[in-house]
Design a protein around this ligand. Structure first.
Ligand code: DGL
Length: 280
């Protein structure tokens, strides 16, 4: 039994989209999350910048007791997963692209037209194509960078025609020209506009890596003997003030929007969480 938290990080609030799946399926696990909201977006930055920011965050999560780290960011997973693993060889480090690629390879065949959308850095890396084709070389894959979507999402501009127009700007031609039937949301911010995408293109089959990573998290916890196990009797009833928070959400710029989005993504659930601001 290992009561240390699972560490998650992203350039901003996108990685939060992984958390509801974890809280629902693994309710005894604790979460420590870092969103680098002061420096988002990462996807249009140089690889060396993304790498140096990511190493700082991984150090912070390890110093704060994370038993494993989930890189809840496609851009970071595509850019520097190897560097992060080398920096902390004793801490399991899970990228988000591998599990999503396995899901795509499992559910698609040569008859499908697969589209990957993500940040400039993720698309430039070719990481999705590399992983998916490594599993099934017969699959048909096209990709497109959609760099304006993350800043709009970070601003909370979602239920608005500006978002719909931006999605159409990137996807109308891409989807029709390539005949895409399966779309991979290759940026953890995009599940927040999944509803918009599905409404605009109802026949699309959407793959959400934020959901697909759950089984890998569970598998690593089981393999490494790191599951939290049930809380000691009485702990759950001890009252919120009597023990530390179960979940801690850090942001390098703890804006009202970040806290609102946490509440929106995690819902009104009765979870024991703290929100903290910290500059690395
Ligand atoms: N949420 C991120 C991803 O999955 C990063 C977005 C960004 O900062 O550009 O790629």
């Amino acid at each position: 039994m290992d009561r240390r938290p699972i560490g998650f990080f992203d350039s901003g609030l996108g990685g939060l989209t992984c958390i509801p799946y974890v809280m629902k399926a693994l309710p005894d696990e604790r979460v420590i999350y870092f969103g680098d909201t002061a420096r988002t977006p990462y996807g249009s930055k140089a690889e060396s910048t993304i790498r140096s920011f990511s190493l700082e965050i991984a150090d912070f999560l390890v110093e704060n007791g994370a038993k494993m780290i989930v890189i809840a960011c496609n851009t970071v997973s595509a850019t520097c997963l190897g560097d992060l693993r080398a920096r902390h060889p004793g801490v399991p480090m899970l990228g988000i692209i591998g599990p999503a690629a396995r899901a795509v390879a499992g559910r698609c065949g040569p008859e499908n037209r697969i589209g990957i959308i993500g940040t400039k850095a993720t698309i430039r890396s070719g990481a999705y194509s590399h992983e998916i084709l490594g599993l099934n070389g017969a699959l048909d894959i096209s990709q497109a960078a959609c760099p304006a979507l993350v800043p709009l999402i970070e601003e909370g501009i979602i239920q608005h025609e500006i978002m719909d127009l931006s999605i159409k700007y990137y996807l109308d031609h891409f989807l029709s020209y390539n005949g895409i039937d399966t779309l991979v949301l290759g940026c953890t911010h995009y599940p927040l506009i999944r509803g918009n995408i599905q409404r605009l293109y109802p026949s699309l089959d959407i793959v959400d890596p934020s959901e697909e990573i759950l089984s890998s998290i569970d598998g690593v916890l089981a393999d490494m003997g790191m599951r939290a196990g049930k809380r000691p009797t009485g702990e759950a009833d001890a009252g919120r003030g009597a023990r530390g928070p179960d979940h801690v959400f850090y942001a390098s710029d703890l804006s009202e929007n970040f806290v609102n989005m946490i509440n929106r993504i995690l819902g009104p659930a009765d979870f024991n969480a703290a929100f903290r601001s910290i500059r690395l």
